[in-house]
Design a protein. Structure first.
Lengths: 114, 111
């Protein structure tokens, strides 16, 4: 069974440019998470979806970040415009449901903003 | 504010010994706690989950304890091997609060 797929794996852009990350969760997983991870830190939750509904987006900087999960399957996270401080690894994870379930993480997208 | 603290320094253990990692939390009432392993350039991988009403959980050479009075979880790797070298993350979750990860502890097992 395929794991969580993310693309691209690496992205280098100049500040003020837009960027988008794509995630395909494990089949059958209703809950999808987007995290940001800075070097030497743990993942920080940006947004959580239950099917197609964003149920926890309090940590998402909504002035520049947006996300969608059409049809409750794959998801896209966008940053527009990117700032230098957005350089980080963006992780996508999925789980069968919220609650006592392990999260399966993708390999992440390493974003560098110049 | 809600806070999780893991061993701030990297842990360097001799092969064969038991490695013990600590996860302390404040201002949080987790329903359960998870431990993950993360290797460089990869996403975290789930290891163990322990619920608030469980004191201890084991899986092969791994053992997790959860003390809600002390607000602490301990993660043990017995008979440690160089292949156990990685960063270990604890994560807290509750039905009312968001999921929070600790910053991780980097573990090195020397031969």
């Amino acid at each position: 069974e395929a794991g969580v797929v993310q693309s691209p794996r690496y992205k280098i852009i100049e500040k003020k440019q837009p960027v988008a990350f794509w995630c395909n969760p494990i089949s059958g997983h209703n809950t999808l998470y987007w995290y940001l991870q800075n070097l030497g830190q743990g993942p920080e939750l940006l947004i959580r979806y239950e099917n197609e509904e964003a149920v926890d987006d309090s940590q998402l900087p909504k002035d520049r970040f947006s996300a969608e999960r059409l049809k409750g399957v794959d998801s896209t996270l966008k940053i527009q415009p990117a700032e230098l401080g957005d350089s980080a690894v963006y992780l996508c994870a999925s789980s069968f449901s919220r609650g006592y379930n392990e999260q399966f993480f993708g390999p992440g997208t390493r974003l560098t903003v110049l | 504010s809600q806070k999780i603290e893991q061993n701030s320094e990297a842990l360097n253990i001799q092969e064969g010994k038991t490695a013990t990692l600590t996860c302390n939390y404040t201002n949080y009432s987790p329903a359960y706690l998870q431990w993950y392993r993360q290797d460089p350039g990869r996403g975290p991988v789930f290891l163990l989950l322990i619920r608030e009403n469980e004191k201890e959980k084991r899986k092969e050479r791994l053992k997790v304890t959860f003390d809600t009075t002390l607000k602490q979880s301990l993660f043990h790797i017995t008979a440690s091997q160089p292949a156990d070298s990685a960063t270990y993350l604890c994560a807290l979750d509750s039905s009312a609060s968001k999921i929070i990860f600790g910053s991780g502890t980097r573990l090195s097992i020397r031969p």
